[in-house]
Structure formats: structure tokens, C-alpha cells
Design a protein around this ligand. Structure first.
Ligand SMILES: [Fe+2]
Ligand SMILES: [Fe+2]
Length: 296
């Protein structure tokens, strides 16, 4: 029998070594992928650092903003306190102005036949009329305080003229007719809106819409509204009141004189808008006249 001498086919598998499997040595060269990974990692580290830095900056900014906000709140509180103190001061100043006005009004009363109730009623009529024609309550309240000052200038008119029972001479009339200007001189130069309103009233409460009044013969809207209102109210009260030269008239007779005129009073003396308002709300005048009376 022929011995098989043929060389056995080369196996594709490597015969195991007697020392165990062969370890594959790591390559000292990085693959392209590894290089990319490293670069990305390095970039991420840089990004992380930047991000941390950014966060720290944001925190610092936020702290600064919080501090600024707290500071602003403190300023706002301080400002509020200062503003309230200022308002309180203004209020007290206004009160003392009002007080001055009322004391001056009282002083002027001693010089005249007009009573305390006349002064009080004038405040009420004027305020009622101002509100009726649409003034806001603050301005109407101002007129309430200023109206009693209309005759303050009579302080400068001699008692012998003011208290004279008989008819006045031309010279005496001239002296009486000075009282609006005297009153205005007394009240001028103040920063108080109330005193300024009182000055306006004192100066213009004898002006007439048709220009026949005094001291300047102002016509129509050249007469301040304060003066136009007080003039109408003053006349209503004068007609209702007893004076040395006339008896007291009823509300009805007074309305008739004002709306239709007589030998002394003409409807053209009044601002037509105010006369129309009076026609509509004259009952309020009567209520004020009958309610506000001198205590006997
Ligand atoms: Fe007067
Ligand atoms: Fe008066």
C-alpha cells in the first residue's frame, strides 16, 4: 500500500501557540476617527470653559442688577417720603393762606353793613354756581374760599363813607369805587393760587358783562369767570338782604329783578351763560339764603 506523502492542505486557521493566543499590539498611530474625537473633546472642554465663564458673568450681572434694583427701590421710598413731606408742607401752607383769607374777610366785615352770614352765603352761592356750570370740585372749593374776600378792599374806605345813612356825594362814591383796586393791591404778589383767585374776585366783582361796571369797565369774557360768578351771587344776596336804603326782597322778586331788570339792574349786566344757569337753579340760591342766616 502506497503511503500518502501528500502535504496536507494549509489550514486557514493558525495553530494555537503553546504559549497561548497572540496579543495584538496597540497601534502607536491614532486613527482619523480618534483624532477627530480628540479634537471634538478638546473643543467641548473649551466650550464648557466659555460657558462657565459666561454663566459666572451672567451671575455677576444679575447680582449687579439686583443691587441696582434694591438701590432704586430705596431711592423710590426716599422720594415718596420726601414727596409726602412736601405735599404736607403745601397743605399746611394752603391752610394758612386760607386762614389768612378768612381773617381778612372777617376784618372787612367790621367795616360794612354786610353781615357774616352774607359772606358765608356768598361762598355757598359761588360754589353752587361754579359746580352747576361744570367746574371741578377743587376749583369750585377754591372759589368757596376766595369769594368772601370780594370786599376786603373796604378796609381802605373811610368809615364815615361806608356807614353814611344818606345819599353819597360824588367824592364819596369815588372813594367806595376804589375798594376793588384796594382789595386787589392787598392780595397781589402771592404764590398761592387761592390768594390769586381772591385777588381776581376782589378786583372784578363790580365789573358788568356789558362794560358798565367798575373799576375798569371790562366787558364780556375780559372779566374773569370768578368775578362774573361772584358779581351775580353778591347781587342776589344784596337784593334779598335789608339795607339802609332798601327793604329785603323775596326770592321771587329778586329773580324777577335779575332776569328781567329794573331801574338799577339789567340782565345785560350778567354773563348770559350764568344768568341762564341762575334761571335753572335759582331754587338753590333761595335754599342757601334761608339756611345760612346770622345767629340772632
Ligand atoms: Fe364790593
Ligand atoms: Fe358783598
Amino acid at each position: 500500500m502506497k503511503e500518502n506523502t501528500s502535504i496536507p492542505p494549509k489550514s486557514s486557521k493558525t495553530a494555537p501557540c503553546q504559549h497561548g493566543p497572540v496579543q495584538k499590539k496597540p497601534s502607536v498611530f491614532k486613527t482619523q476617527e480618534q483624532k477627530q474625537l480628540d479634537a471634538t473633546r478638546a473643543q467641548l472642554v473649551v466650550f464648557a470653559k466659555d460657558f462657565k465663564h459666561m454663566l459666572r458673568m451672567k451671575d455677576e450681572q444679575s447680582d449687579k442688577l439686583k443691587k441696582a434694583h434694591a438701590q432704586l427701590l430705596t431711592y423710590a421710598k426716599d422720594l415718596k417720603v420726601a414727596l409726602e413731606a412736601e405735599q404736607q408742607k403745601n397743605l399746611e401752607l394752603e391752610k394758612s393762606y386760607t386762614d389768612t383769607i378768612l381773617r381778612l374777610a372777617r376784618a372787612s366785615r367790621y367795616k360794612d353793613e354786610e353781615t357774616g352770614a352774607h359772606i358765608d352765603r356768598l361762598s355757598h352761592y359761588s360754589q353752587a354756581m361754579a359746580l352747576y356750570i361744570g367746574w371741578d370740585s377743587t376749583k369750585a372749593q377754591g372759589l368757596f374760599i376766595a369769594a368772601p374776600m370780594h370786599d376786603v378792599g373796604k378796609i381802605g374806605v373811610p368809615d364815615s363813607v361806608l356807614g353814611k345813612q344818606g345819599p353819597l356825594t360824588e367824592e364819596e362814591w369815588l372813594s367806595i369805587r376804589l375798594h376793588p383796586q384796594l382789595g386787589a393791591n392787598l392780595l397781589e404778589g402771592s404764590h398761592s393760587p387761592l390768594l390769586e383767585m381772591a385777588r381776581e374776585v376782589a378786583l372784578t366783582h363790580h365789573e358788568r358783562w356789558d362794560g358798565s361796571g367798575y373799576p375798569h369797565g371790562l366787558k364780556g369774557t375780559r372779566i374773569p369767570m370768578t368775578g362774573r360768578i361772584v358779581m351775580l351771587c353778591d347781587l342776589y344776596d344784596a337784593l334779598r338782604s335789608q339795607r339802609p336804603y332798601k327793604p329785603s326782597f323775596s326770592h321771587q322778586k329778586t329773580c324777577d329783578i335779575m332776569l328781567n331788570g329794573n331801574d338799577r339792574t339789567k340782565p345785560s349786566h350778567f354773563d348770559p351763560t350764568l344768568l341762564e344757569a341762575f334761571r335753572e337753579m335759582h331754587q338753590r340760591f333761595d335754599e342757601i339764603y334761608t339756611t345760612v342766616q346770622d345767629i340772632q
